[in-house]
Design a protein around this ligand. Sequence first.
Ligand code: FPP
Length: 253
Amino acid sequence: MFNFFKNSKKASIEEKNLIKIPKHVAIIMDGNGRWAKSRNLPRIKGHYEGMQTVKKITKIASSLGIEYLTLYAFSTENWSRPTREVNYLMSLPEKMFDSFMPELMENNVKVQVIGDIDKLPINTKMAVNNAIKKTENNTGLKLIFALNYGSKKEIVDAIKNIAQDCIDNKLLVDSITEEIVSKKLYTKDYPDPDLLIRTSGEQRVSNFLLWQLAYSEFLFVDCAWPDFTEKEFRKALFYYQMRDRRYGGLNEN
Ligand code: FPP
């Protein structure tokens, strides 16, 4: 049990005890651009601050005992942004892992990636692969970056794979199950997210984990990702623990 503010008399919502920690939290880190614009800064400054938030939230997730943290860092649709912004986003993994690796190791965090990383620029791919390799024996929090990720593409790839298995007589059409589909997705080694958080007030899933979010709790918070503090994160986790998850069934107590 986590009792962070056990001595405070009147705990505010984010200070209350967290007793039901989700195993897997997925986050759509939205609002970097608007955060920068509201300060008359270039959009890339918003992404830089977003990267600082990634570091902070990773450390908190790890200390709270969350097992999987999946962060939507770059979607298959994000290539349509101005070249300068795309280039900057592609430079972030290198920047981040250069400065953050000692703390990732200290916190026993294992870096993983979902998405089509073969299509990333060589330096980005190398930075990501290095981080995966350096942290491969860590046994704590799995920090999963969705990079060049699109859920519809992931599902189409899974369908092609299953169809090929049927053609090769490895699988019968009648024996295709939800479990088999799940095992063909990039996320095959992870449980489905318990909680999806999206920052910055938008209420949509933007081609993120469409299959995997079937029974996740959704939480939309107003603050922009660079402003998403420990307090905001703890508040989100507190709201999660108040939710009654019934998975389509009844809860009769
Ligand atoms: C959405 O904000 C955010 C992104 C497209 C990029 C998110 C990336 C990071 C926070 C850094 C990730 C770090 C690594 C290591 C990959 P937006 O630009 O769509 O914001 P807006 O809706 O306000 O314009």
